[in-house]
Design a protein around this ligand. Structure first.
Ligand code: 13P
Ligand code: SF4
Length: 352
């Protein structure tokens, strides 16, 4: 059976912030074999050292989502899921936040820390899920359901957040839905698979927008079934955005088996604690690097090796260096939109 990650070192991107050269070297050696490097890996240590020097010079904190390239994760101060990075952005003490992720994440950081300069190394880093609903579509939907509570996944534009009562991430979506009084009608957007899973675990009926992430929607029940046959003892870790979630839960419960439906950070914590030696991972494959670093000695098998978010992979070390050196590309959110969106985001941050 293929061993999909080769990690054996301790994490470089510590949650406490600050990265030493030794940590960088160890983490680079432990790089996942799944995501091909952008450029010549022998140039990475020098580029990473330059990035760290520029971050110190410009009083910048570097945040990276777990779907970013391994060499980006290794050089960041903080690596995590949307919820963890939002919390870090809200509390950052540096004057600049460089977000190695996608545009809605940088916008979220700007809304939560309006006095700070927020940089996104590549403006083309979008999100198919965030694009699946516009603010005009949301306004029209709200008009059909006056008085309904609007819960938006954090993968939305700032303008959509400004029309929402609550934001949530996959890490706290269940807690957010459970915090809403039982007699209130709920509009949940934009991810239909996350919405369907939430209905299932909370028992709440919701109106669900029919949006999807093209990466997670592409992870099919057959992918999971095929790997499960090959690795019957591996535990199943599934992100709730996946198109396979409901069918895999049904098949597993019919067979008396357990499936863990988790955010990316939830997968990392679960794998660290679990006694299982192997895991089938149904999400974007960038997470394999972090899983390998945080749970060395365990095997992580992507159920679909094609589950790659091209937006997350746009960030390279060269673009990160240029972002720090040239102050590009600065993210701005109009004040009236930011003020309204902040309320929904602060509710999200308060609920775990
Ligand atoms: P989380 O980081 O919240 O698990 O979300 C995954 C995702 O698709 C982010 O774009
Ligand atoms: Fe958006 Fe999907 Fe990429 Fe996440 S993985 S940033 S939801 S397109």
């Amino acid at each position: 059976m293929t061993v999909e990650t080769s990690a054996s070192a301790s994490p470089a991107a510590a949650s406490s912030g600050g990265v030493s050269d030794g940590q960088l070297a160890r983490a680079t050696a432990a790089r996942s074999t799944v995501v091909p490097p952008a450029g010549d890996p022998s140039a990475f240590p020098a580029l990473q050292a330059e990035v760290r020097r520029l971050a110190a010079e410009h009083d910048a904190v570097i945040l990276a989502h777990s779907y970013e390239r391994p060499e980006i994760q290794d050089v960041a101060d903080y690596v995590g899921d949307s919820l963890m990075l939002s919390r870090v952005a809200a509390a950052a003490r540096q004057s600049t936040i460089v977000f190695c992720g996608v545009a809605f994440m940088a916008e979220t950081a700007k809304i939560l820390s309006p006095a700070k300069r927020v940089l996104l190394p590549d403006l083309a880093a979008g999100c198919s899920l965030a694009d699946s609903i516009t603010v005009d579509q949301l306004r029209a939907w709200k008009a059909q359901h006056p008085g309904a509570v609007v819960v938006s996944y954090v993968n939305t534009s700032a303008a959509v957040k400004a029309e929402s009562d609550y934001c949530c991430t996959s890490g706290n979506a269940r807690g957010v839905i459970e915090a809403i009084p039982a007699d209130r009608e709920i509009l949940f957007l934009p991810d239909m698979f996350l919405g369907m899973w939430l209905q299932r675990v909370t028992g709440r009926k919701m109106h669900i927008w029919l949006g999807e992430c093209h990466v997670h929607a592409g992870i099919r029940p057959a992918d999971v079934a095929e790997w499960h046959r090959a690795e019957p003892d591996a535990e199943l870790l599934i992100h709730p955005e996946c198109g396979c979630t409901s069918q895999v839960i049904d098949a597993a419960s019919a067979a008396g088996e357990q499936v863990q439906i988790l955010s990316t950070e939830g997968m990392v914590s679960y794998a660290e604690k679990s006694a299982a030696p192997a895991f089938l991972v149904a999400t974007e494959i960038g997470i394999l690097h972090r899983l390998g670093l945080k749970a060395p000695g365990k095997r992580f098998v992507p159920v679909n090796r094609e589950a790659v978010c091209q937006y997350m992979k746009l960030t390279t070390l060269e673009k990160l260096r240029d972002s720090l050196a040239l102050g590009q590309f600065e993210i701005e959110v109009a004040e009236d939109i930011a003020d309204r969106a902040r309320l929904a985001l602060e509710r999200m941050i308060a609920i775990s």
